[in-house]
Unconditional design. Sequence first.
Length: 477
Amino acid sequence: MTAAVLWRAAEAAAATKGQCNSDWQASGVSIDSRTVHPGDLFVAIEGPNFDGHGFVADALARGAVAAMVSRSVDGLAPDAPLLRVADTLAGLEALGHAARARGSARIVAVTGSVGKTGTKEALYQALARGAATHASQGNLNNHWGAPLSLARMPGHSAHGVFELGMNHAGEIAPLSRLVRPHVAIITNVEPVHLEFFSSLSQIADAKAEIFTGLEPDGVAILNRDNAHFDYLSRAAVAAGVGRIISFGAHEDAQARLIGLAQHPTCNCISADIDGQAVTYKVGAPGRHWAINSLAVLAAVRALGADLGLAALAMADVAAPKGRGERHRVGFGDGSLLIIDESYNASPVAMTAAIETLGVVEAEAMGRRIAVLGDMLELGGTAPELHAALAPDLVAAGVDQVFACGPHMAHLFDALPSHMHGAHEAESADLLAKVMGAIRPGDTVLVKGSLGQNMAPIVQALRDLGEAIGNGSTAISG
């Protein structure tokens, strides 16, 4: 089947005030030559560590129909299809602006200290059940990812869902003005990126920048259980938000959790979503998924989309890779359950993951094992925030803890000695000790900030199953 046309040469040239040397039709947009698909327009972004102009030839060889460039590129054929612009990042943003303007899609933007990507993915599934929906892929949420995601939105989309991220003040406002959401979700405000902020109030201010681009009479969806709800509500009112919908277990929340049954592979929920009683299942385990699903359904309600279809779609929600994805692999005369949380970590996310580990029904003689790497970007609060995880691990019934990184030493020292697995400075050094300690029936949680490189431990555990021919299977509720 022929891919739908996303951009024609003349349209892209008009949007970017650029010049094309040939006629072409693009079915996608890419800024990474390694993942270019045939039919893509390749945008040669100049970054701090690379310059996309050096990869134009490779992108064209892989099937890109044209390349957006801001200077001459050596080694290209004279007739190589190019869209010449003054600045490629500005050109990408211009494509995003044009994509936003050319359709009638209702837009939701999602930010928050934790839970952004999972909430965005769940909202995509919820809305896609009823109408054509576009969403940013993965965590494309920064000054490159947001305009790229917007530039990829087809003109016929009924809904668009975009994740907006930051680790410094002033980064979300321009993204919000680009996306211009009708609905803005802030999942929470928590101690994340404290290295770059002097207080949680400053983080709240940075998250509140999402209101900057909200369309007139737009809706803000805020976590009623979060300590910064009142602060964010005042910021929303000051920004001229049309309506605030709160979500959570709090008795005053408009999207309110009434009942929650947590199971090892899912959540069963009863809720009141802005006056509508709903009972549904979320296919990812953990209380944090249950709470964020309320924000998803509140957004569906605010958009006037089909709430019943959206609630049904929640059963298909699964944790994204590195954010709670589960794998069961054959091992010895039993199996291992691996919970992959290797993509990132913060105090609130670490607590949620540990709580989820605690409700797993371990196999006979199986143990709960936590393999934890440093939580980064916490500044001077890092030692105490790491040590503070010890009571959570004890309460969850974790049998052994393997830790890596200088900050995790503070947690390791705070744990009862019978929970000590091993501590190493680097994840590579910890790997052998983890592999030597696991037994059939164990459940192993692996979590840490991306810079701690915890993913190879997950892969090594998965490879155990592949080595004996049983494979590795992702599981969900």
